[in-house]
Design a protein around this ligand. Structure first.
Ligand SMILES: O=C(O)[C@H](O)COP(=O)(O)O
Length: 229
């Protein structure tokens, strides 16, 4: 049996302010710091030890991982960061308040932007300061890889190579793996692992700071999944 733990970062400052975040590199809130430590304490209490951890290049996930590993006294393990684990790129919605966006565009449109796996949020223009092509951490990406907007299906398409080429080989080496990422990059991954339909993934919400354990057979079929409490 293979086992992996997925952890969504603790609450961020923009989660608290109810703003679309995407690739904006916002920090954890004080509550997010508490949630991250609590996640690490839970993992420690349940006896989890990790050989390797994977996270995004966004500080809310990096710091959550760090705080959780500190609680486990496992700060020493190798950590790999990849843009492929970043949050879904929310395009021109990034920075907008979710309630104000509902007031402007209607609840149904905003629900689709947030949860319909095929719906694109409005795209950014490449000269927008929020375009990731202006950010040094993405300098190695090709123009095709740099998003202007992203739906959940496209998020899955860029998460998947990291899953198959990096994370799965670690699992097959029988390493204990922790992945600390984001609401939508993890939803995309769970959709893939669980073979969820587009209708089913619409209902899936992964809470901040709650370790999700997934047990898989050797063919990577999901056997069980549960949140640690
Ligand atoms: O990017 C964001 O705004 C959040 O991390 C996830 O938001 P959502 O629940 O609206 O997709």
């Amino acid at each position: 049996m293979l086992k992996i733990v997925l952890l969504r970062h603790g609450e961020s400052v923009w989660n608290q302010e109810n703003r679309f975040t995407g690739w904006t590199d916002v920090d954890l809130s004080a509550e997010g710091v508490r949630q991250a430590r609590q996640a690490g304490a839970l993992l420690r209490q349940h006896g989890y030890r990790f050989d390797v951890a994977y996270t995004s290049v966004l500080k809310r996930a990096i710091k959550t991982l760090d705080l959780a590993l500190e609680e486990m006294d496992q700060l020493w393990i190798p950590v790999q960061k990849s843009w492929r684990l970043n949050e879904r790129f929310y395009g021109a919605l990034q920075g907008l308040n979710k309630a104000e966006t509902i007031a402007r565009y209607g609840a149904e449109q905003v629900r689709k932007w947030r949860r319909d796996p095929l719906e694109h949020p409005p795209a950014l223009a490449p000269d927008d300061p929020r375009y990731p092509g202006h950010d040094a951490r993405y300098a190695h990406l090709t123009a095709r890889e740099l998003p202007l907007t992203e739906n959940l299906t496209e998020t899955l398409a860029r998460v998947l190579p990291y899953w198959t080429e990096t994370i799965v080989p670690a699992l097959r080496r029988r390493q204990q793996v922790l992945v600390c990422a984001h609401g939508n990059s993890l939803r995309a991954l769970v959709q893939y692992i669980d073979h969820l339909t587009d209708a089913e993934v619409t209902q899936l919400d992964i809470p901040t700071g709650s370790p999700l354990v997934i047990e898989l057979d050797d063919d990577l079929n999901r056997l069980q999944q549960y949140y640690l409490t």
